[in-house]
Structure formats: structure tokens, C-alpha cells
Write a protein that binds this ligand. Structure first.
Ligand code: GN1
Ligand code: MG
Length: 358
């Protein structure tokens, strides 16, 4: 039995699973929760230790996940199926104050860290657009705001400046160019929040973390099977879901690529994703949202970059890291992408117009 299996076996056994646990191993690429694949003599499950630093309200978090998965299931959408504990509870708490949840492993699916072929990315765009459609009838008042101000970029910018001011690790001296990159763009961060505030774009129930690796693709057919990582499903803007997918998927390299000469914004991938996303939405997107699609790619990329940089300055307390400069490396890829996007706003708008004219 591996050390990992030994460490988590009794936790896995707290859930109403089939068979005897034979193996438990780390799984996936998430930066927040501890994700494990549990294998038993009869089935496989995904177990997660929830990060209470990021999600202090575990009860509210799990209530959201159950509401959303039940709703999707009732509407015929393949989704996560949460397993209750043997006591019938939605999650299991250990004596040392950690909280775990369990879901069925969805068989014959894969996730991608970069786009391997364009058609896949179109399907991802369609699937995230469709996810919005499916949730359009969902009663948003049922949802707890798991992370308030999650995509409030001006607030993220203020948090970044506070981390810079505090500079608790003395790291600011190691990254003056990156800091300057964020500060210089003050004034470019509020267009989505402003549009929500003046009512020119609607508040919807959105996913808010639409990375390519948050969607399970069928290993045989290549079809999108299920949207996962439902922890940040909250009221928000469709633009954040679009922009976040672009920042991650329309890059030619991984989010933590060290060689920046490999990192480029690929406008063809932008257009491919937009094609799928807009096809799913049909006329359920308004003029202002359409106008802000190119900007949203830039905005979400800058937001994520400043969050990585702020976490580097704060001593890596939020995102999981594999080495000390990991967050700095991550922010550099985001800034490289954002600087290329800035040069291509007109070209992006042109591609959107061409898609809508079809
Ligand atoms: C986190 O949980 P994961 O790894 O899918 C983060 C996102 C960031 C992303 C950057 C709750 O997503 O907001 O965009 O890392 N999730 C949370 O890769 O903060
Ligand atoms: Mg994830």
C-alpha cells in the first residue's frame, strides 16, 4: 500500500462507496484543492480535500455544488455525481479540521492543459456557452457567494497594491518589471464592473473558472462531456467566463511555461473558441457583451496575472506552487499574453464580426 493510500484510506472509507479501497493517488492539475483518485475493487472516485483558506464557508460551498449538480442532472446534462458519507452527509470532516468530498470518477474522459487541436477548443467553447444556457433558469438566490468579489478586477488591483505595499517577503525587488506592468495599466481594469453597475450587461449565473482543464472531454469521441470545478459558480458576467477560457486556452504554451519565447496569444484559437461559444449562446448575448469580448480576454489575463504576482509578493499563501518562483513564472506568461492581446483588439473584434455575419 502506498503512503498516499495509507494517509487517506480511512477518509475515503467514510463515504458510501462500493468495494474495498485498493489505491489512492494524487490527481489533476488544480491549484486550490487537494485532489485524489480513489480506486476500489469495484469503482473509481475523485476525492477532494477542500481548501478552507480559499473557501472558508464549506457548508455554503457544498450546498452550491449540490444545488447546481442536481439542477444540471434534472435537465439531462452530464455532471458530477456527489457521493454522500456513510452518515448521509455531503462532506466528511476529520478531527484535525479538514473537510473532504467525493464524486464518481467520470469514466473514459481526459483533460487538457493546452489545446492540441482546434476542433477540441471549439467544442469547449460550445460547452461553456451551453453551460450558461443551461443555468439560465437556475434560481441565483439559492447560491452562496463562495468568494465575494471574485472577478472584481479593480478590487483585485487594490489587493495587488496592498500586497506590494506590505512586501512581506521582500520580493518586490526581484520583480520590478512585472510590478510596473500591472501599475502602468491602472485605468484599464474596470470596464466589466462598470458595465454590470450601469446595467448595460446582465448579471447571470456563471462558472467563473473556465480553464480548459475544468472540462472533461471524452477520450474516444473527443466530445465535451462535463464541466467540472463548480466551486465558483456564482452570479457574474458571461464576459469573465469567455475571457478566462481565452487566457488559458488561446495561449500557445502552458500557464507556467518558463521560456516566454514559446508563449503567444493565438488569435485563431480565440476565433475558434468564440465560434463555439457564440453558436451555443445564439441571441442570448447582448450588444455590449459582444463589444467587450476582445477586452474580456485582456482583462481576465491581467486579472489572473496580478493575482499570481500578488500571491508571489505575499509569500505564496493562495495558489499551490511546485517551486518558490512558480507564481512569478505564472504571472509572466499572463503578461506576455496580455501585451500581445493589447495589440490585437481590432483584429479580435473583426473576427467576432465575421463569426456573427455567418
Ligand atoms: C485556480 O482551481 P483551479 O486551479 O481550477 C483559481 C482560478 C484561477 C486559476 C489559475 C478558486 O483555479 O481563479 O484562474 O487557478 N481558482 C480559485 O490557473 O481561485
Ligand atoms: Mg480546476
Amino acid at each position: 500500500m502506498t503512503d498516499c493510500t495509507k494517509a487517506y484510506k480511512s477518509i475515503a472509507e467514510a463515504f458510501a462507496i462500493a468495494g474495498e479501497v485498493t489505491d489512492i493517488c494524487p490527481f489533476g492539475e488544480g491549484h486550490i484543492n487537494t485532489t485524489l483518485l480513489v480506486t476500489t475493487t469495484e469503482a473509481q472516485y475523485v476525492m477532494q480535500g477542500m481548501n478552507t483558506n480559499v473557501f472558508p464557508n464549506v457548508k455554503g460551498l457544498m450546498s452550491n455544488v449540490i444545488y447546481v449538480t442536481d439542477y444540471l442532472y434534472e435537465h439531462g446534462v452530464e455532471t458530477l455525481h456527489m457521493i454522500r458519507t456513510k452518515d448521509g452527509l455531503p462532506y466528511h470532516s476529520t478531527e484535525d479540521g479538514k473537510h473532504y468530498r467525493m464524486a464518481d470518477y467520470i469514466k473514459n474522459t481526459v483533460t487538457y492543459q493546452t489545446v492540441e487541436d482546434k476542433e477540441t477548443f471549439r467544442r469547449v467553447g460550445y460547452a461553456f456557452g451551453d453551460f450558461q444556457n443551461k443555468l439560465s433558469g437556475f434560481d441565483a438566490s439559492l447560491l452562496v457567494e463562495t468568494i465575494p468579489h471574485f472577478h472584481d478586477t479593480p478590487k483585485r488591483f487594490r489587493d495587488f497594491k496592498a500586497a506590494l505595499e506590505a512586501d512581506v517577503r521582500g520580493r518586490a525587488a526581484t520583480c520590478p518589471e512585472e510590478i510596473d506592468f500591472v501599475l502602468k495599466r491602472d485605468g484599464t481594469y474596470s470596464r466589466v464592473m462598470d458595465a454590470l453597475a450601469d446595467g448595460s450587461i446582465p448579471l447571470r449565473v456563471t462558472h467563473n473558472d473556465t480553464k480548459l482543464n475544468n472540462i472533461l472531454m471524452d477520450a474516444t469521441t473527443g466530445e465535451a462531456r462535463a464541466v467540472i470545478d463548480l466551486d465558483t459558480v456564482m452570479p457574474g458576467s458571461l464576459l469573465c467566463d469567455f475571457g478566462d477560457s481565452i487566457r488559458f486556452g488561446a495561449s500557445t504554451a502552458a500557464e507556467d511555461e518558463k521560456d516566454l519565447s514559446k508563449v503567444h496569444f493565438d488569435i485563431d484559437l480565440f476565433a475558434t473558441y468564440a465560434d463555439g461559444f457564440l453558436a451555443a449562446l445564439g441571441d442570448r448575448i447582448n450588444e455590449k457583451e459582444i463589444e467587450l469580448l476582445p477586452y474580456s480576454a485582456y482583462l481576465l489575463t491581467m486579472e489572473c496575472g496580478m493575482r499570481f504576482l500578488a500571491d508571489y509578493l505575499a509569500g505564496d499563501t493562495y495558489f499551490g506552487i511546485k517551486y518558490p518562483e512558480h507564481n512569478l513564472i505564472r504571472c509572466r506568461t499572463q503578461f506576455k499574453l496580455a501585451s500581445e492581446m493589447e495589440q490585437q483588439f481590432d483584429a479580435m473584434a473583426e473576427r467576432i464580426r465575421a463569426i456573427l455575419a455567418k
